[in-house]
Design a protein around this ligand. Structure first.
Ligand SMILES: [Fe+2]
Length: 246
């Protein structure tokens, strides 16, 4: 089975459109979404509509989905994120608001084969930035493979019996073969707001038969996404960061 692993789209319609156009030429079977469909970007309804049309096998909520849909009040958000979340809450159609509110909390197990979480499988709002956080998650869970989001950069943490390793991907397309006996925590990166200094949209395809994960970086019309943010009256830093990838 080939899974499209999508995360942190953040209402960036241009980025999601570019990813979907790219995968039209790729074989894939099912969509799995790791949370943060909205928040920051200027096209929340269009991105929710696009995700709903993909009929994801599993879609879990992110912290921005919770605040934008009114499940949480965003007291831990910074000023810019909160402003964008309140703007988004006012723009979402009743149907899309209801759909977002119905997204389950991670972790969830997909096809009995792998797990997905937004932040970590222990705390949906916590971050995995480095090996210490990854090691703590490996120790407190027993999933052989877990895909996560929230930190907005693609990374593969592998735990073998004697060491933890980190693979940070920089190539436009990076293929990684999972080794038998090792465990993995994998972030496919962010589609709508990458933060690794690379503005290209990031996502993964996981082939569970060949045990290969490919992380793709896709160019999209960044200027158009920025223009929409500014025209919507959203804070300028949200537009500026898209070109910088941070
Ligand atoms: Fe996010």
């Amino acid at each position: 089975m080939r899974y499209l692993i999508l995360s942190d789209i953040h209402a960036n319609r241009e980025a999601l459109s570019a990813v979907l156009a790219f995968v039209r030429r790729k074989p894939w079977d099912k969509v799995v979404f790791l949370g943060d469909l909205v928040g920051y970007g200027a096209n929340p309804n269009q991105t929710v509509d696009m995700m709903r049309a993909l009929r994801p096998l599993v879609a879990i909520r992110g912290n921005h989905d919770k605040v934008c849909s009114g499940i949480e009040d965003g007291e831990l958000f910074n000023r810019v994120a909160l402003q964008a979340a309140m703007w988004t809450r006012g723009k979402l159609t009743p149907s899309n608001l209801k759909w977002l509110r119905s997204l389950p909390e991670g972790p969830m197990v997909v096809d009995g084969a792998f797990a997905v979480s937004h932040g970590t499988p222990i705390d949906e709002d916590a971050y995995i930035f480095g090996e210490i956080e990854a090691l703590n998650v490996f120790r407190q869970t027993n999933f052989p493979v877990c895909f996560f989001g929230h930190s907005h950069f693609p990374v593969i943490f592998g735990l073998s019996p004697d060491a933890i390793t980190t693979v940070l991907t920089v190539a436009p397309s990076f293929r990684f073969r999972l080794r038998p006996g090792a465990r993995y925590l994998i972030n496919p990166g962010s589609i709508g707001q990458p933060r690794d200094g690379n503005p290209l949209a990031s996502f993964a395809i996981y082939d569970s038969d060949s045990q290969a994960v490919t992380i793709h970086r896709i160019p999209y019309r960044v200027e158009q996404a920025q223009e929409r943010i500014l025209r919507a009256g959203l804070p300028r830093p949200l537009a500026d960061r898209l070109a910088l990838g941070r």
